[in-house]
Design a protein around this ligand. Structure first.
Ligand code: HEM
Length: 499
């Protein structure tokens, strides 16, 4: 059980946390983890843990909070977490805490972040949570100090080098290899290349909307958000229509392996030893990669002008790509280009359903679509975090970081940094400037598909605005159980068509 005492934005007053602890005690929960992030909340977490004795353990994650006398106690608690059998979500116990000043969406967001850290920091050495906008940028830019290759970029927990090596895709490499690898297909994802896709992209979007909107009420993740990105990806990579539904299924299972609706019981068990050398450590990776190999084989015999042809026939330092490189590249492209964009579409629809004034504004001023897209991206941040490992002793805002420490950049927190985004929790489609960190924003790993994802959202809203007068929730949205993807699995909505 984990109690969120995260006050990065001062959302949880003490009485809320205490009420949570009391409820947990009444429900017979034997241990509660109280987590803190910034110095203040970390210290308070330790204090609360002490007050509640055996029931609570504190995780004082902020390095400044774990240095002084308070810190020691927080740190010991952090280490004890390593023996935790499982950290349980409030919602799983039917204890979803629903009052207090934060919206439920914000509570869950903060909660998931804590859940991840509580679970994974129990096994970790030191994790520094970087969540201010300019710190995030500094870490992403400096690849020499903050490596994506050392220790990997997509998970916080430690993996042995042979496992990392087996699963490594180009995103988990550093320059110069990363630069050469990305160059193989980067030209197909530039803003100019993406604009060339407009005609067929608009056809895909219109086709999806023509089929869905007349229903009036529907589940938007499956009906609108899911079909668009995979079809777009299919055009660029060169995938056949008949494979798409299965590719979506497999991609979901690889990326969101903690969601029982996707992977069943495995969601709670974690990775199986027999899968550890497979991409994403997933039992479904082999099927996905086998499909990729079929494409590569055909593209070698008969190259076409799609991205899979480029990859199948590419050379790196004079050698063709290895089988592992080919498999891992196929997996990352299918997974990264699909679920993320789906989630930004779904989150955008949800944001407009919850903020009808913003939808009215957009309908009145359709020229705001590009700015609305940026706000949807800032607000939704479909990826919670990526990670780096420090290659040398350094510091971030005077906080010492030792060589080998893990540094986790929190895109959602950066996007809601009040220093960079005034009134950060407000969904405001006129927001300017809006230099969010949703795609990473800077550095060589800046999202390859950022322009594509932006364009998909732009065309979608351009097509939706004249057709739909009102978007409303038709039921409770259901969130994915994931600490990596910030997303929805169900979004029932009702639309009123424009007359
Ligand atoms: C809203 C949708 C998307 C979001 C939020 C998103 C987010 C991100 C982020 C945060 C990174 C940085 C990773 C790091 O710094 O380690 C990234 C990298 C990447 N993204 Fe996206 N992405 C999206 C859409 C796409 C699409 C449509 C593609 C299409 C293929 C794609 C492919 C990639 C790839 C290949 C990388 C690795 C780039 C590299 O390491 O050079 N993404 N993405």
């Amino acid at each position: 059980m984990l109690v969120d005492c995260h006050t990065h934005l001062d959302r949880y007053p003490e009485r809320v946390v205490r009420a949570m602890l009391r409820r947990a005690a009444r429900a017979g929960v034997s241990r509660v983890v109280v987590a803190g992030f910034d110095v203040r909340s970390s210290r308070r977490a330790v204090w609360l843990a002490e007050r509640h004795g055996a029931l609570a353990a504190a995780v004082g994650l902020h390095p400044l909070a774990v240095r002084g006398p308070v810190a020691g106690r927080g740190y010991a608690a952090l280490k004890r977490l390593a023996t935790a059998p499982r950290v349980v979500a409030w919602s799983e116990l039917g204890l979803d805490y629903r009052s207090g000043p934060a919206t439920r969406q914000e509570q869950r967001a903060a909660f998931e972040r804590q859940l991840l850290l509580a679970r994974e920091c129990g096994l970790a050495a030191i994790v520094h949570a970087v969540d201010a906008d300019d710190d995030v940028l500094a870490v992403l830019r400096d690849t020499e100090t903050f490596s994506s290759e050392l220790g990997g970029a997509a998970t916080i927990d430690d993996q042995p080098e042979d496992v990392l090596e087996a699963r490594r895709n180009f995103m988990e490499t550093d320059p110069p290899r990363h630069t050469k690898f990305r160059r193989i297909f980067a030209a197909d994802f530039t803003p100019r290349a993406v604009r060339r896709y407009e005609d067929w992209l608009r056809d895909i979007v219109r086709d999806v909307l023509d089929r869905t909107l007349p229903l009036g009420e529907f589940e938007a993740v499956h009906e609108i958000a899911a079909p668009i990105p995979i079809r777009v990806l299919a055009q660029i990579l060169g995938l056949e229509e008949e494979h798409l539904p299965r590719l979506v299924e497999l991609g979901d299972r690889l990326l969101v392996d903690t969601e029982p609706d996707y992977v069943g019981e495995l969601a709670f068990r974690g990775e199986r030893p027999e899968d550890r050398y497979l991409p994403f450590g997933s039992p479904w990776a082999e099927e996905l990669c086998a499909l990729g190999r079929q494409y590569y084989d055909r593209r070698r015999e008969e190259p076409t002008d799609d991205v899979l042809s480029l990859i199948a026939n590419a050379e790196l330092d004079g050698c063709p790509l290895s089988g592992r490189d080919l498999d891992n590249t196929f997996a990352i492209l299918v997974v990264a280009g699909n679920e993320t964009t789906r989630q930004s579409i779904a989150a955008g629809l949800l944001a407009f359903a919850r903020h009808p004034d913003q939808w009215d504004l957009l309908r009145g001023e359709p020229e705001l679509v590009p700015s609305a897209v940026e706000e949807v991206l800032r607000y939704s941040h479909p990826v919670w975090h990526f990670r780096r490992t420090a290659t040398r002793d350094t510091e971030i805002r005077d906080v010492p970081i030792a060589a080998g420490d893990k540094v986790v950049v929190w895109f959602g927190a950066a996007n809601r940094d009040p220093d960079a985004f005034p009134d950060p929790h407000r969904f405001d489609i006129r927001r300017a400037p809006n230099e969010h960190a949703t795609f990473g924003r800077t550095g060589p790993h800046f999202c390859l598909g950022a322009h594509l994802a932006r364009f998909e959202l732009t065309v979608l809203f351009e097509e939706l605005v004249p057709r739909v007068e009102r978007i409303e929730l038709a039921g409770e949205p259901k969130r994915l159980r994931s600490n990596f993807t910030n997303g929805l699995k169900q979004l029932p909505i009702r639309v009123t068509l424009a007359g």
